[in-house]
Design a protein around this ligand. Structure first.
Ligand code: UT7
Length: 403
């Protein structure tokens, strides 16, 4: 029988920190209100050059380093995100290219704040079924780009960041032992970015009405979260054959400290066994659980064979949980670390060579038809000016920096 173990973890938080007092200078709010109602003190905000892909790449490299796994060993990359770099291609493909993961399939998974747990479950199932051996699962968000910074009911809640884990197959029992995935689309309007998809494409009116930003009915989402969190945790515990007093660490999605505390009470798990870092990062949606796992492991709060419960909940509505037996860390050799660092440099060369080859092939064997055009402006070009397709495949500034 195959098991899917977590053998590496990593995180990335942008440098810029925004405090509650900073927000109080922007909207009608206060440090007291935010701390009392949510538990948040600060959040990290991406710099202009940072994107979900660039933060994913940084977290992924840290996780691969920790696991002692080189990108060429990856069979699968999943990026759980509600804020991808583009509608398509998938952010996971940008990560695959930057890492030089030549043998990996790559896709994004859209399940909002539950996304990381959904993605972990998908990857673990593929490993247990024998269809993959090594997978990279990332949760990453640049929520600051879809926030309405004039809406005090949402702008105080969210932050940016990325977390990643490496999963690997083994015959040794442990790892991801049970999972649960659920959805209730009847609540799809409770937490939504209304525009930017095919239903409501971007227009001047849409932008003026801020329909491209996040809208939330906080009270309803709070009620939903309080209903599902402890039940989902109980169900995966039961499937794994554990009782709540056998759980060593409970890692819920970091949306609101009050929701976390009431779930812990309902589960009869003392707060010492609950991991909370919402104070520092706010709600980072799909990134919150992998960031928390990485911090818990780094700080020694997660030890070998510890029993961990993770639960995500959010837009969709979606919720998801997993019971994990924490695995033995890999012994990482210095020489493999150096080789891996070199492989990241080579990944950039490989990517540029493949782009060049594609252009050469187009010149030599192309149809001779004029190239298709795009409205995406290249750096420095006037808005609305038309360009030939090769300009679109140039790496963005953030992707180039991540390399
Ligand atoms: O990750 C996805 C899942 N998301 C969540 O789980 C979020 C769930 N919801 C929540 O965490 C909470 O509902 C919030 C933190 C969003 C709001 O807390 P609340 O205790 O439910 O506040 P409320 O919405 O009931 O608002 C209470 C009052 C209102 O004023 P009135 O109508 O009582 O006069 C709001 O206008 O607080 C006011 N308010 C604020 N005041 C100062 C709302 N936002 C703010 C603010 N600063 N930022």
């Amino acid at each position: 029988m195959r098991y899917a173990h977590i053998i590496g973890w990593g995180k990335y938080l942008p440098q810029r920190v925004m405090t509650n007092d900073d927000l109080a200078r922007m909207v009608d709010t206060s440090d007291g209100w935010i701390r009392e109602r949510t538990g948040i003190r600060t959040r990290h905000i991406a710099a202009d050059h940072e994107t979900t892909a660039s933060m994913s790449i940084a977290a992924a490299r840290a996780a691969l380093d920790r696991a002692g796994v080189s990108p060429s060993e990856l069979d699968l990359i999943i990026v759980a995100t509600a804020t991808p770099d583009h509608i398509f291609p998938a952010t996971a493909c940008l990560v695959q290219d930057a890492l030089g993961a030549a043998h990996a399939g790559a896709f994004d998974l859209s399940a909002a704040c539950s996304g990381f747990v959904y993605a972990l479950s998908m990857a673990a199932d593929r490993i247990r079924a024998g269809n993959a051996n090594t997978a990279l699962v990332i949760g990453a968000e640049t929520l600051s780009r879809i926030i309405n910074w004039n809406d005090r009911s949402t702008c105080v809640l969210f932050g940016d960041g990325a977390g990643a884990v490496v999963l690997q197959g083994s015959d040794q029992p442990g790892g991801v032992l049970s999972t649960l995935l659920r959805a209730d689309g009847s609540g799809s309007d409770l937490l939504i970015v209304p525009a930017g998809g095919c239903k409501l494409p971007l227009t001047l009116e849409v932008l003026t009405r801020q329909l491209h930003t996040l809208h939330m009915n906080g009270r309803e989402v709070y009620r939903f979260a309080s209903r599902v969190l402890d039940r989902a945790a109980r169900e995966v515990m039961h499937k794994a054959g554990w009782t709540s007093d056998q759980v060593d660490l409970f890692v819920p999605h970091q949306a609101n400290l009050r929701i976390i505390e009431s779930a812990a009470r309902a589960l009869n798990i003392p707060m010492e066994k609950v991991f909370c870092n919402i104070e520092h990062y706010g709600n980072t949606s799909a990134a919150s659980i992998p960031i928390a796992l990485a911090e818990a492991a780094e700080s020694g709060r997660l030890r070998v064979r510890d029993r961990v419960i993770i639960v995500g909940f959010g837009a969709g509505l979606t919720w998801a949980a997993a019971a994990i037996e924490w695995s033995e860390p890999q012994a990482v050799s210095r020489s493999r670390w150096v080789l891996r660092r070199m492989s990241y440099g080579l990944a950039g060369v490989r990517s540029r060579a493949r782009r060049l080859l594609r252009r050469l092939e187009d010149r030599l064997f192309g149809s001779g038809d004029p190239p298709p055009t795009t409205l995406i402006p290249k750096n420095g070009a006037a808005q609305g000016e038309r360009h030939s397709t090769p300009s679109v495949s140039e790496p963005s500034q953030a992707e180039a920096q991540a390399r």
